[in-house]
Write a protein of this length. Structure first.
Length: 67
């Protein structure tokens, strides 16, 4: 990957994604891509449902990975 070719918009997305991962906020776009690739027959949660579910999983001490 050649970072010198990245547009400012792409760089900003990477910065935001990295910051979210550092503070423990899950990435909805990554979740959607995973669901579409690995579980196409399952419904995809809305952003609000996804965020609520991830926060519940994080603070109840449970995992949450499907695979």
């Amino acid at each position: 990957m050649d970072a010198s070719r990245d547009t400012p918009k792409t760089l900003w997305r990477r910065v935001v994604q990295t910051a979210r991962l550092l503070i423990g906020v899950p990435d909805y776009d990554t979740y959607v891509a995973h669901m579409r690739q690995h579980h196409p027959s399952r419904p995809v949660m809305s952003y609000e449902e996804f965020f609520d579910e991830r926060m519940r999983a994080r603070y109840r001490g449970g995992g949450g990975r499907c695979c």
